[in-house]
Ligand binder design. Sequence first.
Ligand SMILES: NC(=O)c1ccc[n+]([C@@H]2O[C@H](COP(=O)([O-])OP(=O)(O)OC[C@H]3O[C@@H](n4cnc5c(N)ncnc54)[C@H](OP(=O)(O)O)[C@@H]3O)[C@@H](O)[C@H]2O)c1
Length: 273
Amino acid sequence: MDERIAFVGGGNMALALATRLAPNWRGAIAVADPVAAQRARFPAAVATTANNEEAVRDADVVVLAVKPQVFQSATREAAPALADHALVMSVAAGVPLAAVERWTRPDGRAAANRAVVRCMPNTPALLGAGITGLVANAHVTAAGREIAQAIMAVAGEVLWFDTDAELDAVTALSGSGPAYFFRAMEALVDAGQDIGLAPEVAKRLAVAAGAGAAAMARSDDPSVLRERVTSPGGTTERALSILADMRFAEALRAAAVGAFERSRELSRELGEP
Ligand SMILES: NC(=O)c1ccc[n+]([C@@H]2O[C@H](COP(=O)([O-])OP(=O)(O)OC[C@H]3O[C@@H](n4cnc5c(N)ncnc54)[C@H](OP(=O)(O)O)[C@@H]3O)[C@@H](O)[C@H]2O)c1
């Protein structure tokens, strides 16, 4: 694709996306970040600047990749330089579509029909192994969706949703989800040491078990896989019965619902004018 892309914010997410896009994307890629050390991390093919307006001025696609706390000010700063036709993508957690539309339209000037795609990636996106939930507003064309999809696909899988509210559920499942699995791995590493393994060996075993389970669950139902690996009277059955006694499944469901509710609260707080 040959659209000119500008990133506002040159942090970890922008670095992961721009570095993966640069070898194959025909259009120019620019990044704006106030910190020289952040800009220096980008490959030579990516133009960098400290000035948000300069980066976005000629861009066909602007990816807003700053932390939610500074998102409003950075977006308002870049807004006057946005081309009317520019597609705006946000990867900020918890910032609703309507807020991005509002902040990219300073003084009611132009582009009241601004095309905006909100993206909710997750940490494995940094390795190209993530999954991103996307939602587009009514002004995004089919071509705009294709561009947004092509950009986020370098970070892993891409899944479209119809409403902004659904991205709160995406946040609870895949956004915060890696942390649930990291926590499980930590606990297994501790258990490994309790039963005589060296920490690095326990980590290797726990991570491989998680990666292997994830690979199998891509094509089969997790409940079928679990039943298949649970022999009557065996080790897995004993472990699962202890997990059931300790209400493991209920705890995980409550955790995800809590993350969903927090995401809704943040959307309300961060989306205020
Ligand atoms: N990393 C993830 O796994 C992940 C997952 C899902 C969603 N996200 C979302 O992606 C966004 C970026 O995350 P990240 O991990 O890349 O954060 P990050 O590493 O902190 O990157 C943000 C960058 O933006 C810079 N910045 C701050 N104010 C700016 C401004 N006014 N104009 C231009 N740049 C500015 C920051 O500079 P300073 O360092 O000087 O502040 C920093 O280099 C966040 O909104 C986050 O919610 C990230």
